[in-house]
Design a protein around this ligand. Structure first.
Ligand SMILES: Cc1cc2nc3c(=O)[nH]c(=O)nc-3n(C[C@H](O)[C@H](O)[C@H](O)COP(=O)(O)O)c2cc1C
Length: 394
């Protein structure tokens, strides 16, 4: 890995931009509409300060924790992302990196690698579902994940099919036909290292979603599965209660931002929620997740594990979220950029950056453990929090 090491997530992003064809890089940036939420997720962290100590600091810091019954080396997990063509080893490389650094991975239903291969690389794999098709379709996907040996389920419910961006959306083909390959060739040739990684692997990006098929069945294309999703009526809270009954292990509901929904998630029997706005890829104008976190923690933090995802780029961001009550955070773009920059080693590099950042922030704050963090460690400016859904909707 000599010469490949990078010191910040910002540098991982620069390398990803350089290495990836434009359409693949733009698909990782994603976002929606004007990008207000995309930016606020990141910028809001910079509004929070720290209250460090001077002496009496701790010479050793313990970063370990548990999330959804899984022991983790630090309060950071890999968030599920359904992306294609970043690296030939895809989610298997990410899973290996997470295992090497002692943490868990959420595997998207729209991932490029089968759940069986990812669990083999990291038994601490949570399978992420969307509500697509009827109850029977959802059940079949759960059964496959169960047979693969996943550690738990994640259900993501905040996708709202917002497809436009003021800065333009990348062209993503349904299949790499000869015509599409010709169209894509100039981009590919301008990014020889990315191209070489696929040439070495002996295969082109398949652009399919194997976990949306029955085991051994033909994998649908990304857009084929997406089309089915668009035709599916969104689930009710009753559907969620039913789904919860089908799974006796840990279950995380991802995409909660309001207090009233957090309470309903508790009522539906969830083991955890993630305060999330899908990384700013949905309803633009949704506040940054770190602004919404404190009210959700106050409402349900004693009953359920509350995670956060959105905008984490540094170890100090992780510490801010934990100080405000998150059990742990999940990261999205940060590891995708690491994967693009250097494959498995790049994801490990990103996890090391976060670990070092958490450790040095704990040192400054005078704590020996991530469990000692409190709101007194951070400086939250007036008007920062957003308490959404404090009164129950009809
Ligand atoms: C390119 C991309 C694809 C994503 N795909 C999924 C997905 O398939 N399932 C899911 O639950 N979340 C998905 N997400 C959301 C992430 O899990 C996570 O909520 C988000 O990336 C966190 O924000 P961050 O990127 O600022 O860390 C995706 C995010 C990105 C950027």
């Amino acid at each position: 890995m000599a010469g490949q090491w990078f010191e910040s997530v910002a540098e991982a992003q620069r390398r990803a931009r350089k290495r990836l064809p434009r359409s693949v890089y733009d698909a990782l940036i994603a976002g929606s509409e004007k990008g207000v939420t995309l930016r606020d997720n990141v910028d809001a962290f910079a509004e929070i300060g720290f209250a460090p100590h001077t002496a009496g600091l701790r010479d050793k810091r313990d970063l370990t924790t548990t999330v959804l019954d899984q022991p983790l080396s630090m309060p950071v997990l890999i968030s599920p992302t359904g992306v294609q063509a970043v690296h030939p080893d895809g989610e298997v490389a990410v899973a290996r990196a997470a295992a090497a650094r002692g943490t868990a991975i959420g595997l998207s239903s729209f991932a490029s690698k089968p759940v069986e291969e990812v669990v083999a690389a990291n038994p601490q794999t949570f399978f992420q579902l969307y509500w697509i098709g009827g109850r029977d379709d959802v059940l079949r996907r759960i059964e496959r994940a169960r047979a693969a040996g996943v550690a738990g389920l994640i259900l993501t419910l905040d996708w709202s099919f917002s497809h436009s961006r003021d800065w333009g959306s990348p062209h993503i083909p349904e299949r790499l036909t000869a015509r599409e390959l010709l169209r894509f060739a100039p981009q590919g040739l301008r990014h020889p290292r990315w191209l070489a990684s696929y040439v070495r692997s002996g295969r082109l990006p398949a652009l399919t979603v194997p976990n949306m098929a029955d085991l051994g069945g033909p994998a649908p294309t990304f857009f084929g599965a997406y089309g089915q999703w668009m035709q599916t009526p969104p689930p009710s809270w009753e559907d969620l209660r039913w789904l919860r009954e089908q799974w006796d292990g840990p279950f995380l509901l991802k995409g909660v931002i309001r207090v009233d929904d957090a309470k309903r998630a508790v009522d539906a029997g969830m083991s955890a929620i993630s305060v999330s706005n899908h990384g700013g890829n949905n309803l633009d104008g949704t506040p940054a997740t770190i602004r919404a976190l404190p009210a959700v923690v106050d409402a349900v933090g004693d009953e359920i594990e509350v995670l956060l995802d959105g905008g984490i780029r540094r170890g100090s961001d992780v510490v801010k979220a934990v100080a405000l009550g998150a059990r742990a955070v999940m990261i999205g773009r940060a590891y995708l950029w690491g994967l693009a920059a250097a494959g498995q080693a790049g994801v490990e590099n990103v996890l090391d950056i976060l670990r070092n950042g958490i450790d040095s922030t704990l040192l400054a704050l005078g704590h020996g453990s991530v469990h000692d963090l409190t709101r007194g460690d951070v400086v939250v400016p007036p008007g920062f929090p957003r308490a959404l859904g404090l009164t129950d909707a009809p």
